[in-house]
Write a protein that binds this ligand. Structure first.
Ligand SMILES: [Zn+2]
Length: 281
């Protein structure tokens, strides 16, 4: 097999693994807000209770073949399910192309970096859908994942991945991200006497900082998330003319900005924020 063929094959596997992980994320999205186990019981139809057969549980394909309905009772199955699977597959593939750009880069360090960043992004996908629906960010995918970010950063540096941040920058990133939002939250409370942001967002940015490091990732994520949040939030408020701004969760915008940073961050900083590079060196 030629190196180019192997590279294309691995990229295809990255997409397939993304579909399967997306299928598991659907379980997390449905059960975690209700504090139910994500392992037991196996997936079943919420209406008729029939267990989903293995051949009806193939990501995306089964939903298409069943035309979005339960095989037993015909209850419609939300298109969110295949959408999460497809999104996770696509992100797995994009991340592979970004972190393992060609056949030369196929080695343990790059593959471990891909797996780490894919896990990071998968957690962001799950918590985005949970946040939009329930206005909560599960600790499992935010503050509890900080030690994982620190350990992975240390390991990737040991393996010699050129973009590894190391454990010190990882700890600093968690402190910078969480600390900054905690400060904003405190100031907002002093001025307005109410919470403008949830503690979930603080834990989320701490987790993002632990995987991406303090600089330029944390200011980048805050800046992009604020701009994206305003672009979506301001028209919403104007349209409904009610206090809807507080009901718009900030977490999904933080997640979006973090994914953008993983995929294109260095290029964007180089192109649009060259001064930021100078501050580091
Ligand atoms: Zn059913």
């Amino acid at each position: 097999m030629s190196p180019a063929t192997l590279h294309a094959l691995l990229a295809g596997y990255a997409f397939l693994l993304g579909l399967v992980v997306g299928s598991f994320l659907n379980v997390c999205i449905a059960r975690m807000p209700e504090d139910r186990s994500v392992i037991r019981p196996p997936s079943h139809c919420p209406v008729c209770g029939h267990r989903i057969r293995w051949f009806d549980n193939v990501p995306v394909l089964s939903w298409l073949l069943l035309r979005g309905r339960c095989r037993d009772c015909g209850t419609p199955i939300s298109s969110i399910y295949p959408a999460v699977e497809l999104l996770t597959g696509l992100l797995g593939w994009l991340l592979f192309r970004r972190i393992v750009p060609d056949a030369e880069a196929i080695d343990l360090a790059h593959l471990a970096a891909w797996l780490t960043m894919f896990l990071f992004v998968a957690m962001l996908v799950a918590q985005t859908f949970i946040d939009v629906r329930h206005y909560i960010i599960p600790d499992e995918f935010s503050i509890y994942a900080v030690p994982l970010g620190v350990a992975a950063s240390a390991l990737l540096q040991r393996l010699g991945w050129s973009e590894a941040i190391g454990w010190k920058a990882s700890v600093l990133g968690a402190l910078a991200g969480g600390g900054f939002l905690l400060l904003v939250m405190g100031l907002f409370w002093l001025v307005r006497r109410r919470e403008g942001m949830g503690l979930g967002d603080v834990k989320l940015l701490a987790m993002i900082g632990s995987f991406l490091g303090p600089f330029p990732a944390v200011p980048f994520v805050l800046f992009v998330a604020s701009v994206a949040g305003s672009l979506v939030g301001v028209p919403l408020v104007l349209l409904r003319r009610r206090g809807l701004a507080t009901a718009l969760p900030f977490g999904p915008f933080l997640a979006f900005a973090a994914v953008l940073y993983v995929l294109h961050g260095p290029a964007i900083v180089e192109r649009w924020l060259p001064g930021w590079r100078l501050i580091i060196r």
